[in-house]
Structure formats: C-alpha cells, structure tokens
Design a protein around this ligand. Structure first.
Ligand SMILES: [Zn+2]
Length: 262
C-alpha cells in the first residue's frame, strides 16, 4: 500500500525535527564530554545547583532563545549575546550533520521501531567525528555507546524476526571481536613499518564497536573504504595546514555509516 503524499511530508517534518533535537544533544556531547563537565547538577559551596547551558567565556546562563539549534547561532552571527565572544561554527555544523544523518536513515530504512537504534546512533557518531577532529580523542563512553546500540539494533531485529539468534551472535560477538583483532594487528604491523603509531587504542575499540554493527562479512569493504577516506581526509588535513597529527576517527565513522546502507 502506498503511503499518501501528505503523510510522507509529515514524516519528513518529524524526522527533521528529531534530527534538530538530537543535533543539539550531539552538540552538548561535543562540548561537555572532552571537558568532563557534569550533566545534571553539581555541588558548589555545599549547595546543589542544576547544570544549565552557559557561555564558556562570560559564564552567562543562556536563555531558550540563545539555544535554538542553528537559528540562534545564525541570528547572533556566531557571537555570545552578552560578551560577544566567538561561538565555534562546529556546533551548528554538528546539528546540521545530525539532521542530514536522520534524513539518510529515514530514506534508507523508513520510520519504524525496528530502526530505533539507527536513529540513536546518529548523534553518537556526529559527536565522535567532531570530538576526534578537535581533540584527537574517541571518548570511551561514546565508543561504548556505538557498541551497545549495535546490540540494541540486532536485538530489535531479532525481536521482529528479521534475523535469528545465530545471526545476532555472528554480528555482535564474531563481528566485534574480528574487527577489533584486525585493527589491533594492523596497528602493530603498520606501526612497526612506519615506526610511528598510526592506529591508537581508541581506534581499535571503535573498530570493535563498528564490527558489532557490520559483521565480519563487511570487514574487507570497511577496511578499503575507511582506508581510502583516510587518505583523502589526510591530504585535505595537510593541505589545510592542520599539522602532522591526523584524527582517523571521521574516516572510520563515515565508512561505517555508508556501509550500514549496503
Ligand atoms: Zn559570553
């Protein structure tokens, strides 16, 4: 049965709205995780205070009108309303990337419960890309999130009888272990040849989490695609004059996201 046009339009609106909401969640992850900031409350002088979003420069608590994804940033022209300090373009970019990711999942899979983990995965991946590009780290809690969502994804597919328990085991356990082992050995071999560390242990853990989603059968595709993207990103990184250290996370994540659809 074909879905009427108006309904598709409403679904698109819902997907974009969710993308915006999860996009601002992603930008909160990007800001708070590398700085080890608390999420809900903190203690100050024996008093418990709620965490509210504040300008990192002047510490002014931000009002709702300052926190509207993308729009607030554009209307304030990337500056704090109070102290006029510059606000990084990374935050609205992360929000837009999240919306794009939601639209991609929607057009590839549709809007239904069995695909919940795919949608939840998007803000986690966006946060990983932007944090790795700025701080050269892949925070454990986010990498673990990717793995746990993989488990949720196959669990949902199993509940819907899309796959049987054997398939779930193959993906989650064999896929996760295979990808992790591959990255670990590759890191040692390439490190010995080039005499410098190319794959950090954070990358190995991310490989394992990605393997839980993709399964061992996609390992060769993943290795080739992420390697090719890594070379392209690495060249762009060098051309942009960003220095010798290069974050590999974004190439891994983009290759992973593409392979989810194939
Ligand atoms: Zn300020």
């Amino acid at each position: 049965m074909a879905i009427p046009g108006e309904l598709v339009f409403l679904e698109y609106l819902a997907v974009i709205f969710m993308g915006v909401v999860f996009g601002s969640f992603a930008s909160a992850l990007i800001y708070r995780i590398p700085r080890d900031l608390p999420w809900f409350y903190y203690k100050k002088g024996g008093q418990t205070q709620a965490c509210r979003s504040a300008c990192p420069h002047c510490n002014h608590t931000l009002a709702v009108r300052d926190l509207i994804p993308v729009l607030s940033w554009a209307m304030l022209r990337g500056k704090c309303r109070h102290c006029h300090a510059k606000i990084s373009i990374m935050y609205p970019l992360a929000e837009l990337t999240c919306v794009a990711g939601f639209l991609a999942v929607y057009s590839g899979f549709g809007l239904a419960w069995p695909f919940l983990a795919l949608y939840l995965l998007v803000p986690v991946l966006v946060a990983l890309i932007f944090i790795d590009a700025e701080h050269y780290i892949l925070p454990d809690e986010l990498v673990m999130g990717v793995g746990l969502l993989g488990l949720l994804h196959w669990g949902l597919y199993w509940m819907m009888s899309f796959v049987n328990a054997g398939h779930v085991f193959d993906f989650v356990v064999i896929g996760g272990a295979g990808f992790g082992l591959f990255a670990w050995i590759l890191g040692i071999v390439v490190g010995k040849v080039l005499k410098k560390e190319v794959l950090g242990f954070g990358d190995v853990k991310l490989f394992a989490a990605i393997g839980m989603w993709l399964g061992l059968a996609k390992l060769s595709y993943f290795a080739i695609l992420s390697g090719a993207l890594g070379i392209v990103f690495g060249l762009a990184w060098r051309l942009a004059g960003k220095g010798a250290a290069f974050p590999f996370g974004p190439a891994l994540i983009l290759a992973f996201f593409v392979l989810l659809f194939i």
